[in-house]
Design a protein around this ligand. Structure first.
Ligand SMILES: [Zn+2]
Length: 234
């Protein structure tokens, strides 16, 4: 006997379950609104379904993040004093001042009146370039690659990319993440300089450089859609 339909919770995932007499196996779907549904054969138990969901956990997180990215974005910024902006995983309040370039000073992010997304995106890129260039060094040694350069730029919904000639690109929006998650993005891109695909060998390189990388990956997926990603910076 099935104990469904109903809602099944697995960790922080919530799955709406319905039963179909005709199904022979479980079908998991992430809907457009990022909700998860399962259609299950009538004899499937709660324990069995939990196992199936657990086995597909990273896939589900990925899909949920994807749908959220495409769906509702975090609220738009208004660029008024007191508004919070993330930098290296910490929130800094904005202070609108009369003039000057964007700068982080005494725990406040200063923005000249009339400025907005463009000025702030430029700031993330400006501070991101030297910060990432320093941060990447130990990983370069550890992974044994020689990137030809590192650029901070908009990359759509990707965290990073790299080109055949060894150029590594990092999305400016990663500067909002905590440093340990930025490390994961860097390691991921550097590992691609060895292997272009996401095959087993690629993940071995990542794991060797950053043990427990799956945990970072999952955290990145969950944090990702909370970041500020204005149209001007995509
Ligand atoms: Zn990749």
């Amino acid at each position: 006997m099935s104990d469904f339909p109903g809602v099944l919770r697995v960790g922080d995932l919530e799955v709406a379950v319905s039963v179909s007499e005709r199904r022979k196996s479980v079908r998991l779907t992430v809907e457009r609104d990022a909700s998860i549904t399962a259609v299950v054969p009538s004899q499937v138990s709660r324990t069995e379904l939990t196992k199936v969901v657990e086995a597909k956990r990273s896939w589900l997180y990925g899909k949920v993040a994807e749908k959220r990215d495409l769906g509702e974005a975090p609220p738009d910024k208004e660029f008024v004093s007191g508004e919070g902006f993330l930098y290296l995983g910490r929130s800094y309040r904005l202070r609108v001042v009369d003039s000057g370039d964007v700068r982080l000073i005494r725990g406040r992010l200063e923005l000249a009146r009339g400025g907005g997304a463009k000025e702030l995106v430029d700031w993330y890129r400006r501070v991101g370039a030297p910060w990432l260039t320093r941060r990447v060094q130990p990983w370069v040694t550890r992974i044994g690659v020689e990137p030809s350069g590192l650029r901070v730029r908009p990359l759509g919904y990707r965290w990073g990319s790299c080109s055949r000639d060894g150029q590594v690109n990092i999305h400016w929006a990663t500067m909002q993440l905590p440093p340990t998650l930025i490390d994961y993005v860097l390691v991921h891109e550097l590992a691609h300089l060895h292997r272009a695909d996401h095959g087993a060998e690629f993940w071995r390189i990542v794991e060797r450089a950053l043990p427990g990388h799956e945990d970072y990956r999952e955290r990145l997926r969950r944090t990702g859609h909370d970041l500020w990603l204005p149209e001007e910076g995509r």
